[in-house]
Structure formats: C-alpha cells, structure tokens
Design a protein around this ligand. Structure first.
Ligand code: AMP
Ligand code: MG
Length: 339
C-alpha cells in the first residue's frame, strides 16, 4: 500500500476531503493531535477498527480511545454520564484528557478490548477536531506508532513507522504536548488515574476532590497482575538503547557518565555543554511541559544516533513531571539508580 502524506497547514480542504473519504470508506488515517499523532478509524465500524490493530501490531485486548469533536457527541457512546465527568468536561475539554465511563451498546468489544467501559476524549488541536467533524463519526485512535515504540510527535515519525501500512497521513506539524493524554476512570468511585498526561493530577484534584492514583502509574506491575488499564502491562515507549534513570545531582551524574565507556546522556537543556560524552537533551530541568514536548523525540534521536547505553537525568514527579516520569520509567524498563 502506498502511503500519501498531505500537509493540512497548506492544503486544508484537500486534507479534510481525503481524510473523510478514506475514513468513511473504512480505512485508517494518521492524524495530528496536541498530544501525539493518532491512527484514526471510524469507531462505529468494527472492520475499520480492526485495521488499526493490524497497522500498529497492537494486542487486541488493549482498548482504544474514542475521539469526538463536541460534548454532545458523548451521550450516545456511554451508558450514563457521571456528574463528575460533566464537571471535568466543562472545565477541561477540549484537551489532553481522556475519561472512561461505562459504554453503551454502540461501542463494540473491538474498541473496548472486551471491557464494559469506553475511553473518550475531545482533542484541543483544531485540525483534529476539524477532521472528526468532517468524517461525521467518532474516531477510535491510538498513538500512531508501531506497538512498543515511542509515540510519534510529528508526521515524519508516523511515516517511519506506518509507511506501507496505512493509505494516508495528515501532517499538522509538531504536537504541542508531546505525550499522550491523561487517562482517568469514572467507572469507579473515587475516580482512578490510569495514566498521567497533559491535564495534571493537581488540576483535576482541585476540581473534583479525591482521585486514586493507580499503582501502575509509578511502579512496574507484578508478573500476572491484572492491569486497570490494559495498556500499562505492555512494554512501552522503548528505544533500542538500554536506558537507566539516574537519581542524583548533575555533578554525580556527570562523573558516572564520564567514568564509563560508550555512555550517551539523556539530560536537560544546557547540560550537554558540561558533558564530555555524547548527549541528547529533553527540555528544561524545572519545566515538565518542555520535557514532555521533547521526550519522545529525544528517545527516537537516541536510536538514530545508535546509542547503546543511556543514562538519563530524572524528572520531578509533580505536575506535568508525573507524565514525563511515567513514560521515562517505562522507556527505561523501570531501571532506576539512586546515587
Ligand atoms: P493509546 O491509544 O496508545 O494512547 O493508549 C490508550 C490507553 O488508554 C491504553 O493504555 C489503554 O489501555 C487505555 N484505555 C483505553 N480504553 C480503556 C478502558 N476502557 N479502560 C481502561 N483503560 C483504557
Ligand atoms: Mg500508545
């Protein structure tokens, strides 16, 4: 299959028309969002959704997020809308926030990975919402990477993974946030944070009170444990390089990197100049948003450099830092050294 790329920033009408034509035809299209690029198909067409799993090589028990363009489109997809979801939607949608609820009969088991719940989000990215509107149906869309590799934050990385596997990629430039959406379940009380992302735990707690943080957000799941969010049990975001997170100050980090052979450093902005080993930076030390915008690109750059052994600086776990830390510990296979 030939994969065509259309730039929506320069060919808006053509991009919308082609995305609409292919998605209404039951095909899968790569689309930009503010979090990461998505692989989108008509969420109400089972055969189309199955093609997403094939294109990604995604295990079929890992459910997909359903993307809608406006709040009114939520009701048909869920059994009921909990009061707290209405409050959250009012304040945060459209944004990098995915809310899980009991599903309606419209959502097939293919979308929900056989669960009785569905995950829904309204993206903030204007192009993403325009594409959903044009298609006239909710779009099931996981991240547009091959299963297991870092999520793509630009159209080139989608092309690298999906060339020959999907007919169309819509190029909308770089993703602003750079890591996937926050996933929070309202199918239980108190609500449970399953994945930290662009809307922070602190912001949500301030609005709706107690939120349980699932164990898998910060820790490795025990062998055989049942994951609240199936995606959390799979290896994720992993470059080929072997990453270890180093919890220390910069001077200790520098000594470690320079005392061993063949180390590549994954460090913060401004630190490369003080290291004699090769390095890649992933944002400002004190700014989780600049780290999230860079992290997945940095992981892909490590691979492009042919890095084997990587020592990574450790982000803070407050605010947006929690989402960054959650992705980095998975990329590092949970290897953390405290010095
Ligand atoms: P991705 O589409 O790659 O951003 O991944 C979506 C994430 O949301 C995965 O970790 C899924 O396991 C999780 N997810 C989606 N739907 C549900 C659901 N109904 N219940 C629990 N987790 C879900
Ligand atoms: Mg993903």
């Amino acid at each position: 299959m030939k994969t065509v790329v259309i730039n929506i920033t320069t060919e808006y009408d053509k991009a919308l028309m082609e995305a609409k034509r292919l998605i209404n035809d039951g095909e899968v299209v790569g689309i930009p969002t503010e979090t990461v690029y998505g692989l989108a198909a008509n969420a109400l067409n089972e055969d189309a959704v199955k093609k997403i799993f094939v294109a990604k090589g995604r295990p079929s028990d890992n459910p997909l997020i359903v993307h809608i363009a406006k709040v009114e489109d939520l009701e048909p997809l869920v059994a009921e809308i909990p009061e707290k979801v209405k409050i959250m939607a009012d304040k945060f949608w459209p944004n990098a926030l995915t809310m899980i609820m009991k599903k309606s009969e419209k959502i097939s088991d293919v979308v929900s990975g056989n669960l009785d719940t569905v995950a829904v989000r309204i993206p903030k990215n204007d192009y993403a919402r325009a594409i959903i509107e044009a298609c006239g149906c909710p779009l099931a869309a996981p991240s547009a990477n091959l299963s297991g590799s870092p999520s793509p934050t630009n159209a080139k990385y989608v092309y690298d993974d999906m060339n020959g596997r999907i007919p169309l990629i819509i190029d909308g430039g770089n993703c602003e946030i750079g890591v996937e959406s926050t996933v929070i379940s309202f199918a239980e009380e108190p609500p449970r944070l399953l994945r930290p992302g662009g809307v922070t735990l602190e912001e949500m707690t301030e609005l709706i009170g107690e939120i349980v943080v699932d164990d898998a957000v910060l820790n490795k799941l025990d062998e055989g444990a049942v994951a609240s969010s199936p995606g959390m049990k799979y290896k994720h975001y992993a470059p080929s390089a072997d990453i270890t997170i180093i919890k220390s100050d910069f001077e200790t980090f520098k000594s470690l990197c320079e005392s061993e052979e063949n180390v590549t450093a994954l460090c913060f902005d401004g630190e490369s100049e003080n290291l004699s080993c090769p390095s890649v930076t992933y944002g400002n030390k004190n700014d989780g948003y600049s780290q999230s915008a860079r992290l997945f690109d940095a992981l892909r750059e490590l691979d492009e450099m042919g890095a084997h052994k990587v020592y990574a600086r450790c982000p803070k776990t407050k605010g947006m830092g929690l989402a960054v830390y959650n992705r980095l510990i998975r990329a590092a296979g949970f290897k953390i050294k405290v010095i």
